[in-house]
Structure formats: C-alpha cells, structure tokens
Ligand binder design. Sequence first.
Ligand SMILES: [Zn+2]
Length: 118
Amino acid sequence: MTFWTREINRLRAKRRYWEKKLLGLLDTMAPLTVSRSYHVCGNPRCKRCRKEGGKHGPFLYATYKDERRKTHTFYVPVGVEHLVEEAHKAWGDFKEIGRRIGEINREILKLQLQERRR
Ligand SMILES: [Zn+2]
C-alpha cells in the first residue's frame, strides 16, 4: 500500500464518522433562526401593560429567507418551542459538519493529485 492510498483511506474513514453524524441531523435540521418578542396589548386596563415597561411575552417566532432572499416569519406556539430550537441547532451542526466533510474531501483531492504527479 502506498503512502497516498494509506492517507486517502485514513481520511475516508474520518469522513464516514462525520457522514453518520450528518445523517443523524437530517430529520430535524431546518434553516431558520429563532427570536423572542414582547408586545404591549393596547388594552388600557391591562394590569401587566400598565406597569412601567410591562409587556406580554415572550412570544417565539421562527424566521427564514426563501430562495429569493425574501424573509418569512411564523409564530411558534407555546409548548413546541423545543422543536424550532432543535431545528435551528441541528441546522448549525449540519452546516459545520458539511464544512468538515468538504475539508476532508479537499485533502483527499490534494493527495489524489499528488499521487498522479508521481
Ligand atoms: Zn397588556
């Protein structure tokens, strides 16, 4: 086995580790960001809003941009906040692992080019 073959195999094994991690995220990942906002309800007799700085909330919203870069926002009902939080976190991990796999592929590519130049 040549130096290049050994190195390429080592990198492929490393890539398989990240491929498994990536697959584990496919069910939950979604490109969105999560934000919280507070509202003044407008009812002059609302006890909460009459207090100094008093507001209702937090209300959770998920935001994303479509392929035309237009921003969309949707309300996240109370009790299912964890679903969008998980989707957001999984999306970040997905991109990070994708980058790592790309870097491994770049190293493999460089080795393959070196091997051919011999
Ligand atoms: Zn109010």
